[in-house]
Ligand binder design. Structure first.
Ligand code: ADP
Ligand code: ADP
Length: 221
């Protein structure tokens, strides 16, 4: 079964104006359960647009978005927000951790928002931090962590509520090449160990080659 299914997605910016930009035109894309798919696209090809549509942050002009078989097209904003919180995890190029909270707290907070009891949320945060080798950094704030450590915490936060699908946009793009490789390895083992499905955008062809399948957007790829 497919965790994510995009069917005939089209998106045009500036519709009806003097200079419409057709970014996506009849795009089909699926991510099967347990599959890790790379999204490789030259700048401007519509990668962010696609991730926003898949992440239920934006709606397409045409086509359907199905998450776990459920058609999200035309659902009211509130239902899409709920589905996003419950079923999707996000990682970006920059960590977007809350600066005034510790690493552990950053992983606990989204769980509390979903109604998880504080004790269980803390245990889950500790377990995730242990998996990425950061138990000794649990009580440090983001500014006290290295770039690689910050991204590892961001991965833990994305997985905190056990999403069905991880959407990642250049998750190691802000790190130097050696750190990027190590941190990417950790993300991959985290994803594999939990049987998570993922759609991961990257410019790095070597990293893309290590995923189950590569989808190319736009001409050059
Ligand atoms: P990528 O992430 O691959 O660089 P984007 O999805 O951000 O590409 O954008 C694809 C194209 O759509 C670009 O040409 C961009 O300028 C255009 N675009 C993106 N967002 C908007 C918007 N809100 N209004 C008008 N054009 C946009
Ligand atoms: P990494 O192995 O992720 O590249 P670094 O070599 O950059 O980590 O950092 C080594 C250690 O120094 C890390 O454990 C980190 O917590 C600590 N550290 C890095 N940057 C800072 C900082 N700005 N403030 C405090 N501690 C830091």
């Amino acid at each position: 079964s497919d965790v994510l299914r995009l069917e005939a997605i089209s998106k045009t910016y500036g519709k009806g104006g003097p200079a419409p930009v057709a970014v996506l035109d009849g795009l089909d894309l699926t991510v099967a359960r347990g599959e890790v798919v790379a999204l490789v696209a030259p700048s401007g090809a519509g990668k962010s647009t696609l991730l926003h549509i898949a992440g239920l942050l934006d709606t397409p002009d045409g086509g359907r978005v199905l998450v776990n078989g459920r058609d999200m097209t035309g659902l009211p904003d509130r239902a899409r927000t709920e589905a996003r919180r419950r079923e999707l995890g996000f990682v970006y190029q920059f960590h977007h951790l809350l600066p005034e909270f510790s690493a552990a707290e950053n992983i606990v907070l989204p769980q509390l928002a979903e109604g998880v009891a504080p004790r269980a949320a803390g245990a889950r945060a500790a377990e995730l931090l242990d998996r990425v080798g950061l138990s000794h950094r649990a009580h440090h704030r983001p500014a006290q962590l290295s770039g690689g450590e910050q991204q590892r915490v961001a991965f833990c936060r994305a997985l905190a509520n056990q999403p069905a699908l991880l959407l990642a946009d250049e998750p190691t793009g802000n790190l130097d090449p050696a750190t990027s490789d190590r941190v990417f390895d950790m993300l991959m083992s985290l994803v594999r160990d939990t049987g998570l499905s993922a759609l991961i955008a990257t410019h790095n062809h070597q990293l893309a080659g290590r995923m189950d399948r590569v989808i190319r957007l736009g001409a050059a790829g």
